[in-house]
Design a protein around this ligand. Sequence first.
Ligand SMILES: C[S@@+](CC[C@H](N)C(=O)[O-])C[C@H]1O[C@@H](n2cnc3c(N)ncnc32)[C@H](O)[C@@H]1O
Length: 192
Amino acid sequence: MLSTRFTKHSLVTEVHKTIQPYLSDQSFSIDATMGNGHDTLFLARHSHKVYAFDIQESAIKTTRQRLENNHCLDKVNLIHAGHEEMLKHVPVNKNFAAIIFNLGYLPHSDSAVITQEKSTIRALSAAISLLSTHGIISIMAYPGHTGGQTELQAIIHWCHDLHNKDFVITFIRSMQETTDSPRFFTIQPPTN
Ligand SMILES: C[S@@+](CC[C@H](N)C(=O)[O-])C[C@H]1O[C@@H](n2cnc3c(N)ncnc32)[C@H](O)[C@@H]1O
């Protein structure tokens, strides 16, 4: 199923509002792009265990500090590796409840270090194989920066393939959307 809904919230707020009902204190979750750790902290507050990935040492450092400040560090495995390698780093039998991809580059950092179309698609395919039958993947993509539009198009193409396999794809749009605005999708396994 493919559907679209509109939100009046910021898309960043909307990601957390959308994901939270899928989490409980028994849940395993993944932050595929830890960055400054906002999503990792959100997952840690609502999950039993989080696996968080980033290729930048600075992201690991900032996230560790944020988790420590909020007494959540013990719930998170901080993994200094690309998300395309996630199957090597997480227990594959855990049936993950939520997997968040917030693509692009780390704000206030080197904007040349961005997520890349090919590794993003590899990571998304790995994420599908780890998802619980009642779980959800969220993807925030940013067409406004160099390479972002190509990455977004690759994700849309990949979503169409999943749609053909009966996955549920939802496109959540901001009321203030412009050409360069972020795009937010969720993916859920077939319901039958
Ligand atoms: C928009 S930021 C993430 C924001 C973050 N979720 C937060 O809450 O602050 C994107 C992050 O993706 C990371 N990144 C880029 N390529 C990656 C890859 N192959 N695997 C994991 N992280 C990657 C960047 O280093 C950057 O920190």
